[in-house]
Ligand binder design. Structure first.
Ligand code: SF4
Length: 961
């Protein structure tokens, strides 16, 4: 008798659903976690959540496999073998915390700088930065220095915010969207949703990227720019728009510093500074009176041309005149730059014409009255519907800061920032550099046994704010805010290990890191960094970095190089605050924040890192973390999230504050706050009033809303900074003015690169090597299914990207006689790797590329020693050095942007050749296998997660019954 299954069409899927925040990438979408029998049954997007509105990506769905990964660390560990071997023994939390405290307490009392505390892509920098400040060390930063600080700092110094977390395109109204460079993970779902809206509305998507992959694959126009020349292309577009008169003069006059008067006094200490009145207010030339008046004068009509004679014989002109002088230059003529940028002149001119048409021929007018900060009432809001986005693609070059600034200037001359259809800020942005704190860490701000006088990270406004000693020496271990990288707003995490090992500017005693895979994909010169982490002092035989504490949830490559491991939870087992004090998740129309909370209890002896950090802080007696009687102030991170106040009424979460939980933004701590968030779906959201939704930098209704919410204590309106006086101050110092001047060997570089108007110079690596020997650019792109190294241990995501080939154009492949599946050697000035090949169209003819961070070291992440990620997956990092080749004088410059210190990953130049036919089909170099820490389980040979539930919903029954 035959038997056939009857499928139950409405099976019981979950016992309960808990709403929290995804952490499979940095976007922080809302998720509904369906739980059954105490396990995760599946994860879906939260339809009410402001970030993703129900959308879930492949990574988010695969969070189940991240949560149950066999690579999860299971208990605190103490190193018992040599560093790098991966040999550990399990210890108790008490022993781990006593050990950490025993290492940290003496240095806090003697020299707190001896602690270098750096975190990777964590989402709790408001806590970690505050902890570092309370400890008293200036040596704190997160991963921004090797990620996209050029984009972030370029944005803050120019328009008061940048892309992604700071703002987004006005997807509903924009007519043309231009995406520069790779940006697939910054951000992910929100951009995909936005692109979907544009495609549905039939609007134009333009991509400027050496590679036509990711979002570029669905663009209407693709410009395959040569890496590192984006700035040149952008300045050429600016030239074309200025020449054709396609600029928004009214917008430039009202909302930017284009009319501010700049002193022209060559050779003098005030050359290039703004003309200011006795109150320090910048001056503009008023058309009606013909006289200079304060830039915020009510009713003044600013001129963009003209000249004011000064008493000392100098003159002052609107900065717009300097723009015209700089950008109408033939150096930016499309005919002149076409060869260099790899795009025909006619296409550059067409792109400029398309931008102009979208901005001006398709002007939007919204009948919404509003009042600006200069007191003028407007009946309408005028929109220039061109929007843009960029992240690491244009910023990871040694000319990235100026390129990012140039991109914002392009937006500004089109009048398309913070207007309908353009780029819009997300609260608490916009927030110009002047409103941010300055960094602390100078010798007079660091005192043993005491908190530092301010936060370690901030925005400098000139040479006087640098974190250097009286002798000009760097004071931070990463040399951030020194003349090496004066405006390094996110620190230089990629330089910490090499500087500490070199003892330059000084050695450290404890290196404390969280979620930072520095022994693998987060470092340049990967083998060199592994050697540094194991380097010993010749005389003492001790490690040059004596103690390394590391916290992570997984057995990453870095784990093997630590002495003490503090195992973190997965994102489903912990509390987190997605805080306005940190990196916000707001949307342009509303303010939002969110939480994570333990939707499942840990089944291992692990603790959330933030709770552990607070525990260590309490054991060290750090102010703010202990009560008067010395007892711990917070039970754990959840307790801190509810009860910590950064200043009265302002805490990590802005929603459900006050005694009755009804206050928003400001309000006393509410003991039931976390419950209120959980009840609300894991987030809080409030809408910005209609009259405050655009022109936020100048709109008094928004400024008052921002004060109400606690973003500022008083309104902070401002003009966008096309011309940067901050950069000019550094340049004046290089010319010999002021007390604080760069060392001789850096003067010429500061003079060349710190131009007050965005400029372009060739990327440093290309200038330092023989371009005939290394004619090819090599890049990574971000796969949408992986977030850095996080995904390639995930069995579901590994099926999408199990290994990474090097993609070559057919032209390049033919040139060296290889085809799909062959192997090649790729050589840079620093190293050599053997990699598999894939051939594609849609790539700049001088460029090869691969996916980022797929390759894994043998033995790491609990992957099989023969896993494709080990045998056919590779890192480009092996080819990139943190220093450029030696110059004629023997000196080696950092492979970084000279302004912010951002790691110049994408300056890499290589040559390629076919591997010999008898060579093994395996990537080179290979590294020794690292041992698995004790207690980790082996991955299942055949994964069948969820099979038990599949059986339970399918009944066997007799045919006909
Ligand atoms: S985009 Fe990022 S945060 Fe959103 S669901 Fe995907 S992985 Fe999660």
């Amino acid at each position: 008798m035959s038997v056939e299954p009857i499928v139950e069409h409405s099976p019981k899927v979950a016992d309960e659903v808990k709403k929290t925040t995804c952490y499979m990438c940095a976007c922080r979408c809302g998720i509904n976690v369906h739980l059954r029998d105490g396990k995760v049954r599946y994860i879906e997007g939260n339809r009410d959540h402001p970030v993703n509105k129900g959308v879930l990506c492949a990574k988010g769905s695969a969070g189940i496999m991240q949560h149950y990964s066999p690579a999860r660390l299971r208990s605190p560990l103490k190193r018992v073998g040599p560093r790098g071997s991966g040999q550990f023994e399990e210890i108790s939390w008490e022993e781990a915390l006593t050990t950490a405290t025993g290492w940290l307490a003496p240095i806090r009392e003697t020299d707190p700088k001896k602690l270098a505390f750096f975190t990777g892509r964590d989402q709790s920098q408001a806590l970690t930065g505050w902890w570092a400040q309370q400890f008293g060390t200036p040596n704190f930063a997160a991963h921004g220095g090797f990620c996209s600080v050029n984009m972030a700092a370029g944005g803050i110094y120019t328009i008061g915010g940048a892309f992604w977390e700071f703002g987004s395109p006005d997807w509903d109204l924009t007519e043309m969207f231009v995406l520069f460079g790779v940006a697939e993970d910054h951000d992910s779902n929100p951009i995909k949703m936005g692109l979907g809206k544009l495609k549905n509305r039939g609007k134009r998507v333009v991509s400027v990227n050496p590679v036509q992959t990711g979002y570029a694959a669905i663009s209407d126009d693709w410009y395959g720019v040569t890496p590192g020349t984006d700035g040149l292309l952008i300045l050429s577009l600016i030239r074309e728009l200025m020449l054709s008169g396609n600029i928004d003069v009214d917008y430039l006059r009202r909302y930017t510093n284009a009319p501010w008067l700049v002193i022209r006094n060559p050779g003098a200490a005030d050359d290039g500074l703004f003309l200011r009145d006795d109150d320090g207010k910048p001056q503009i030339l008023d058309r009606s009176s013909g006289k200079p008046v304060a830039s915020n004068s009510r009713g003044a009509a600013a001129q963009l041309q003209g000249e004011v004679k000064l008493d000392n014989g100098a003159v002052a002109v609107p900065s717009f005149m300097l723009m015209a002088e700089a950008y109408l230059d033939d150096a930016y003529n499309p005919d002149v730059i076409a060869g260099k940028v790899g795009i025909p002149a006619a296409r550059i001119r067409q792109l400029a014409a398309d931008l102009a048409e979208a901005a001006f021929a398709k002007e939007i007018v919204i009948n919404q009255p509003w009042t600006d900060w200069k007191g003028e009432h407007h009946e309408t809001m005028i929109g220039r519907p061109v929007s843009m986005h960029a992240m690491r693609g244009i910023s990871a070059h040694s000319n990235g800061f100026q390129t990012c600034r140039a991109l914002h200037v392009l937006q500004l001359i089109l009048g398309s920032v913070e207007v309908p259809g353009g780029f819009r800020f997300k609260p608490p942005y916009p927030k110009p550099a002047e409103v941010h704190p300055k960094p602390a860490g100078r010798p007079d701000q660091v005192t043993p046994g005491k908190p530092m006088a301010g936060a370690p990270l901030g925005y400098v406004l000139g040479p006087d704010d640098l974190i250097i000693g009286k002798d000009g020496a760097p004071q931070r271990i990463d040399k951030a805010y020194s003349w090496d990288a004066p405006m390094s707003a996110h620190g230089l995490m990629h330089m910490v290990i090499s500087n500490a090992v070199a003892g330059d500017p000084y050695p450290v005693d404890v290196l404390f890191m969280y979620m930072a895979n520095m022994a693998w994909n987060s470092s340049m010169n990967t083998r060199g960094v592994m050697d540094m982490l194991t380097a010993k002092d010749d005389e003492t035989g001790e490690y040059k970095i004596p103690k390394i504490i590391y916290s992570d949830a997984y057995q990453s490559e870095m784990v093997a190089y630590a002495d003490l491991i503090l195992p973190d939870t997965t994102y489903l087992e912990r509390h987190d605050a997605i805080s306005l004090l940190d990196r916000p998740i707001c949307e342009a129309d509303g303010v939002a924040d969110a939480i994570r909370w333990p939707v499942l209890p840990p089944d291992r002896d692990v603790r959330g890192f933030q709770s552990v950090l607070l525990d260590i802080g309490a054991r060290l007696g750090l102010p703010g973390m202990v009560n008067e009687d010395g007892s711990a102030k917070y039970a754990d991170y959840g307790d801190y999230i509810v009860n910590h106040e950064r200043k009265p009424g302002i805490g990590p979460l802005a929603g459900f504050r006050g005694e009755n939980g009804k206050a928003e933004g400001r309000g006393s701590p509410n003991p039931a706050q976390l419950d209120a968030y959980i009840e609300n779906g894991g987030f809080w959201h409030t809408e910005i009033p209609d009259a405050a939704k655009y022109y936020k930098m100048a709109n008094m209704a928004y400024q008052e809303f921002a004060v109400e919410m606690g973003f500022f204590d008083s309104p902070q309106p401002y003009d966008f900074q096309i011309y940067s006086e901050v950069l000019q101050k550094f340049r004046l110092a290089a010319e010999g003015h002021g007390e604080v001047q760069p060392p001789e060997h850096l003067r010429a570089r500061v003079k060349q690169c710190f131009t007050p108007l965005p400029s372009w110079y060739p990327p440093f690596e290309g200038s330092a090597i023989d371009e005939d020997e290394f004619p090819i650019h090599a890049l990574t792109q971000r796969p949408m299914a992986m977030y850095h190294s996080w995904g390639s241990q995930n069995p579901w995501l590994r099926q999408i990207h199990g290994y990474n080939p090097m993609f070559l154009s057919q032209t390049l492949a033919s040139k060296i006689g290889v085809g799909e599946g062959d192997w090649i050697w790729v050589t840079s000035h620093h190293g050599k790797i053997r990699v598999p090949v894939a051939v594609m169209e849609g790539v700049n003819e001088h460029t090869i590329w691969t996916w980022n961070a797929i390759g894994k070291r043998k033995g790491a992440w609990q992957l099989d020693a023969d896993a494709p990620e080990v045998k056919k997956g590779f890192l480009l990092n092996h080819l990139i050095h943190e220093l450029l080749p030696p110059k004629g004088d023997g000196m080696r410059w950092a492979n970084s942007d000279p302004i912010t210190g951002q790691a110049a990953w994408f300056d890499l130049r290589v040559k390629i050749e076919a591997a010999a036919a008898d060579e093994p089909a395996e990537v080179a170099p290979q590294f020794d296998q690292i041992a698995s820490p004790p207690g980790l389980t082996k991955p299942e040979a055949m994964l069948r997660y969820g099979l038990e539930w599949t059986k339970s919903v399918t009944k066997q029954t007799k045919k006909g019954q």
